[in-house]
Write a protein that binds this ligand. Structure first.
Ligand code: FAD
Length: 462
């Protein structure tokens, strides 16, 4: 048996784990990272990156089909087609390049890598099943970064035509009919992409609304766009099971029927990967299914940290990365704790949604009085020039001093505004600060400027 010892052992090389290991290496901490699969975890291999690549390819194709049918900008195209295996090959090429990139960064930071499945024996020791047999690794500090996996519905277990997002992002061909069970962001992103690629898509959502964590004002442009794309959205409806190609569904009113689907994408959330890792050998305090952590990502066991999806919502790559970086610095002796004003969240739907900080309702529950207004893209020159006037930017501020509490946007391309929104909240900006900042013309960001001006009572362009 080939034993190793180190100051820091990171289990899982997703965005949380690999960032933690790289930062630890930069700080001179002797560290080992164990990964059962490919470097980059869910995000790089089967999540953020492949889904956004597919969305981009679908957008490009869809634009051509619009040009072929209507020539709206005076541009026409004839009979666009998709060679889907080549699209998937292109997407896989991006993933492979990023996999290699992560491996190179780990090497550059002098991180030792072990390929295999880790199992905790105690709070300092892990056994790793590798291709060459078992290896034991002893570490002064351990970071659990094992991430999450798709939730399986007992009535619709994965297999055959019932797929998770992982298989949906690696299909050999565009299905003729796709049923998406779950109207959250992952199901909608993938469902919209396939609809744009020519597939007949039905979304089945048990809640009364899709994207139910957002207010209806924010999701309305998405609902309208889905309708324009011909996507059938069935809210208040539950999937009951599959018989052959027929998916049985039941509406809230009790009506049962079946719909035909070549593939059924079950996208009803993700569960933390806590099983089969030997976590039961550690006496960790849990919050529900998630590992409980404090504001330093410290678990209930000294020297054992947890980061990323395994620690709960929001399950987002950038949260995992920031936690990873922070934990590496804590282990290096820096005085760090989690003091973020916000974690931006983006739905890469069509149009996109960005939320940062508090919604108007959440803000009302926190402070006495708020000021909130939105500025529509209908009145934004840049939105007109890209032929996308749907959506708006909304700001939420304290009424007494104008300090921004939250910013929400829905519109084509608003994902790229998330940095400006997050920075405003982290810097403690007030409405007046944004109002006094020159925003370049013509850009979508001017709608942020105008939303702040409008909240102050003197919008210029509406
Ligand atoms: P993971 O990325 O899940 O990585 C955990 C790693 O640990 C994996 O590589 C796994 O193989 C390894 N592992 C697990 N157990 C063991 C073990 N016992 N031994 C060794 N290795 C082990 N987030 C965003 O921020 N933006 C997006 O646009 C976005 N889009 C998404 C789209 C989809 C389709 C999906 C599924 C997710 C998306 N996410 C997105 C979420 C994002 O992927 C996760 O939040 C992020 O990957 C979590 O990082 P992590 O490091 O906690 O875990």
């Amino acid at each position: 048996m080939n034993d190793l010892s180190c100051k820091l052992l990171v289990v899982g090389a997703g965005p949380g784990g690999y960032v933690c290991a790289i930062r630890a290496g930069q700080l001179g901490i002797d560290n080992v990272i164990v990964e059962a699969d490919r470097f980059g975890g869910t995000c790089l291999n089967v999540g953020c990156i492949p889904s956004k690549a597919l969305i981009h390819a679908a957008d490009e194709f869809h634009r051509l089909t619009v040009f072929a049918n209507h020539a709206p900008l005076g541009i026409s195209a004839s009979s666009p087609s998709v060679d889907f295996p080549r699209t998937i090959e292109w997407k896989d090429g991006i993933v492979a390049r990023l996999n290699d990139g992560v491996a190179a960064l780990l090497k550059k930071a002098n991180v030792r890598t072990v390929h295999g499945t880790a199992r905790f024996l105690d709070g300092k020791t892990v056994s790793v099943g590798t291709a060459d047999g078992e290896r034991r690794i002893r570490a002064e500090n351990i970071v659990i970064a094992t991430g999450s996996a798709p939730i399986e519905l007992p009535l619709l277990p994965f297999g055959g035509n019932v797929i998770s997002s992982t298989e949906a992002l690696a299909l050999a061909e565009v299905p003729l009919r796709l049923a998406v069970v779950g109207g959250g962001y992952i199901g909608l992103e993938i469902g919209t992409a396939f609809a744009k690629l020519g597939c007949a898509v039905t979304i089945i959502e048990a809640e009364p609304e899709i994207l139910s964590q957002y207010d209806v004002e924010l999701t309305r442009p998405i609902v309208e766009r889905l309708a324009a794309l011909g996507v059938d959205v069935m809210t208040g409806t539950k999937a009951l099971g599959l018989s052959g190609k027929a998916l049985e569904i039941e509406s809230e009113a009790g009506g049962r029927r079946s719909i035909t689907a070549d593939k059924v994408l079950v996208s009803v959330g993700r569960r933390p990967r806590t099983k089969g890792v030997g976590l039961e050998e550690l006496s960790l305090t849990m919050t529900g299914q998630f590992v409980r952590i404090d504001d330093r990502c410290q678990t209930s066991m000294r020297g054992v940290y947890a980061i990323g999806d395994i620690t709960g919502e929001p399950m987002l790559a950038h949260r995992a990365m920031h936690q990873g970086e922070m934990v590496a610095e804590i282990i290096a002796g820096h005085n760090r704790s989690w003091d973020k004003a916000c974690i931006p969240a983006i739905c890469f739907t069509d149009p996109e949604i960005v939320t940062v900080g508090l919604s108007p309702d959440a803000a009302r529950a926190t402070v006495n009085e708020i000021a909130t207004t939105h500025f529509p893209f209908q009145a934004n020159g840049r939105a007109m020039t890209i032929d996308r006037k749907d959506g708006f930017i909304r700001v939420v501020a304290r009424k007494d001093n104008g300090v921004l509490l939250g910013i929400q946007a829905v519109g084509a391309g608003v994902a790229e505004l998330s940095a400006a929104f997050a920075l405003s909240l982290e810097m403690g900006a007030r409405l007046e600060d944004v109002a006094a900042t020159i925003h370049a013309h013509p850009t979508l960001s001017e709608a942020f400027h105008e939303a702040c001006l409008r909240t102050l009572g003197h919008s210029l362009h509406i």
